[in-house]
Design a protein around this ligand. Sequence first.
Ligand code: ATP
Length: 298
Amino acid sequence: MTVITAEGLRKSYGQHEAVRGIDLEVRAGEVFAFLGPNGAGKTTTVEILEGYRDPTVGKVQVLGADPAHADGGWRARIGVMLQTWQVEPTLTVRESLAQFAGYYPRPLPVEDVVRLVGLEAQRDTRAGRLSGGQQRRLDMGIALVGDPELLFLDEPTTGFDPAARRGAWQIIAALRDAGKTVLLTTHYLDEAQALADRVAILVDGRIRTEGPPDSLVAGHATRITFRHPHGVELPALPERVEISDGRVELRSHEPLPLVHTLTTWAVQNGVDLADFEVRRPSLEDVYLDLTTAPQAQP
Ligand code: ATP
């Protein structure tokens, strides 16, 4: 079942076209991640899907309705974690969650949400006195408290310490296991790789590539790097050799024979291949290739 569809979505702010023709389909029960540089149009797109902004052009359906004209019943089925702080600073963690729980017909028990987001020790702390990371956890709790079918999480783990990030990942994975659909924006590529069933990389308001992280990565070469051995000529290799800052880099789709050639040559000639590294491609390689390559003009 499709939960989100967008066709030919465009959004202009005055002369600036922030979203330039996005087509999208998100299925029930998947975690879908939007990646892209600052200003790529992720938040604008997500806010259109949430019904907080109207598109300039295009059609959108979310949970069977046009978000711009959806009713309260529709809103009760979605949970939203915005980048901006939406909590009254004088309310405690429990009071804030209880306030938002009141907007939903079948909310989760507040204490369960407090535990889920790891704020047990802060349950009676006023929101304004929480640390930045704790405030983001409260934001996540607010998105969850209505037990929504569809969650929009905009940069959910920004400001989290490493343990809290792992905790948030577990929460998101558990939500997916419970059959919820999650649309996530993030700048953490490891987060997308760990959580997302599919990712879309946005650049300049357009989706440049989309698919499961592993399939996007599959087309990319493995990187082999080592420190350039002083005063030694490298063996002839079929791959292009790049040397910068004293490091040699080779990229190959078949790294095993290359590693064999290099290491055999090094052992036979007594050459030390210092800092020798073989690195499988990651989502970060795909992302950097797409976002740092020169862009076609519209
Ligand atoms: P980030 O990663 O920094 O959150 P983003 O991909 O979410 O970025 P958007 O916030 O959607 O990007 O912004 C896309 C473009 O639209 C940017 O150039 C931004 O300056 C512009 N923009 C966003 N909101 C508005 C607004 N309310 N008025 C005018 N321009 C806006």
